[in-house]
Design a protein. Structure first.
Length: 94
C-alpha cells in the first residue's frame, strides 16, 4: 500500500475534496466560486501547474459545478429526462 508518512492523511483529503465538490453544486455559492476561480486563473493561467491542495480542490469544484450546470445544454429530450431523474431523487430525500 502506501509507505509515505502522509499516507494516513490521504483518505481525509479525498473526503474533503468530495465534500467540497458536492457543496460547489449549490447555486448559492456560484458567484463566490466563479470569483475564486477567476482570481486563481488570473494568478496562474495554466491549471496544469496548479499543485497545491487548495488549487486542485478549486479546480475539482469548478469541474463538478460546470458538469452540474451542463444539463440544460443537452438535447431537450435528454435534458428533460435527466431533470426528471434529479427531481425524483430530490423528492425521495425530503
Amino acid at each position: 500500500m502506501f509507505h509515505s508518512p502522509l499516507a494516513p492523511l490521504l483518505p481525509f483529503q479525498a473526503r474533503k475534496y468530495v465534500l467540497e465538490m458536492v457543496l460547489s453544486t449549490d447555486m448559492d455559492v456560484h458567484f463566490t466560486l466563479l470569483k475564486r476561480f477567476d482570481d486563481a486563473l488570473a494568478a496562474s493561467p495554466d491549471v496544469r501547474s496548479w499543485s497545491t491542495a487548495d488549487q486542485r480542490s478549486l479546480l475539482f469544484q469548478m469541474l463538478v459545478h460546470l458538469a452540474d450546470l451542463a444539463n440544460p445544454s443537452r438535447p431537450w429530450p435528454l435534458a428533460l429526462k435527466w431533470a426528471e431523474w434529479v427531481v425524483t431523487e430530490f423528492l425521495s430525500q425530503v
